[in-house]
Design a protein around this ligand. Structure first.
Ligand code: SF4
Length: 70
C-alpha cells in the first residue's frame, strides 16, 4: 500500500462487539461470532484516512493505529 498506510490494532478489553469496524473495513477486521470481539486480520494495514474513520467510529474506543505500515 502507499507510504501513508498504517497498521491497525484492536484492544479486546475495550471492544463491545458492535461490528462497525468490520462493516467499514471487512478485509482488516473480523468480529468473532461467539465472543463478539473484533480482531485484526490479513495485513492489518489501511490508508491513513480510512484508518482514521474506523478509529473515530468505534464506539468502544478499541481501535487504534499502531504505527506506519512498515
Ligand atoms: S467498532 Fe470497535 S467496539 Fe465495535 S466491534 Fe469494532 S473494535 Fe469492537
Amino acid at each position: 500500500m502507499s507510504a501513508d498506510s498504517v497498521r491497525m490494532a484492536v484492544d479486546s478489553q475495550r471492544c463491545i462487539g458492535g461490528g462497525q469496524c468490520e462493516m467499514l473495513e471487512p478485509e482488516v477486521f473480523l468480529v468473532d461470532d461467539d465472543e463478539a470481539v473484533s480482531s485484526v486480520i490479513g495485513s492489518g494495514v489501511l490508508p491513513r484516512a480510512r484508518a482514521d474513520v474506523v478509529v473515530h467510529r468505534c464506539p468502544g474506543a478499541a481501535v487504534s493505529i499502531v504505527g506506519p505500515e512498515s
